[in-house]
Unconditional design. Structure first.
Length: 189
């Protein structure tokens, strides 16, 4: 499974995790040590909106990028904000000719297919982060394995820097797909 169908599966799994977060969990810490559960959902909403606009328009205006990456994108409705932003991103990636476009993201210009792969890895990893922070588990092993494979193809030493991805953590090959994905993304599990 790859491409758009993989991204839809990641979005579906992530939606299940986000929809099972209750208001009392929003201030809990996550494996992304600088973010609470609400902060992480906020980041995911901003990111999915950023991907959507990049595919729709080629790039995100600088003034909007600041809001998406640092403002409040969820208000009092993290679940609704995620549903809206992920639906928009999927519509953009599914639009005719979308995969033939070049998009500009904050970290460079690239084919839309590469941006899609970045989104697959990033969103799947954050779904696992949220699941871990809220006592849930991502049990879709095939999706997790697929996201890990995408990450292993894309994440090199140049992206293993503070604020992007930490150093890969040690993890047994026999560990769950969720643990292996998180360890690859630099999370201490």
């Amino acid at each position: 499974m790859e491409g758009i169908s993989m991204m839809q599966r990641v979005v579906d799994v992530t939606s299940d995790v986000i929809n099972n977060v209750n208001a009392g969990q929003l201030n809990q810490p996550t494996l992304c040590t600088e973010w609470t559960v609400k902060d992480l959902i906020n980041h995911m909403v901003g990111g999915s909106t950023m991907f959507a606009i990049s595919v729709e328009d080629g790039s995100v205006p600088d003034e909007m990028l600041g809001q998406l990456m640092g403002g409040d994108n969820v208000g009092d409705d993290p679940q609704g904000a995620w549903a809206q932003s992920s639906k928009r991103a999927m519509a953009a990636f599914n639009s005719p000719g979308a995969m033939d476009k070049t998009v500009k993201l904050p970290f460079g210009e690239m084919p839309a297919g590469i941006a899609l792969n970045i989104a697959i890895f990033d969103v799947a990893t954050h779904a696992a982060d949220l699941a871990r922070a809220t006592g849930q588990h991502v049990s879709d092993t095939e999706m997790l394995e697929g996201a890990l494979g995408v990450g292993q193809q894309m994440i090199g030493p140049d992206l293993r820097v503070p604020g992007v991805f930490g150093a890969e953590q040690s993890c047994s090959d026999k560990a769950s797909a969720e643990d292996r994905l998180l360890a690859f993304a630099g999370r201490k599990i």
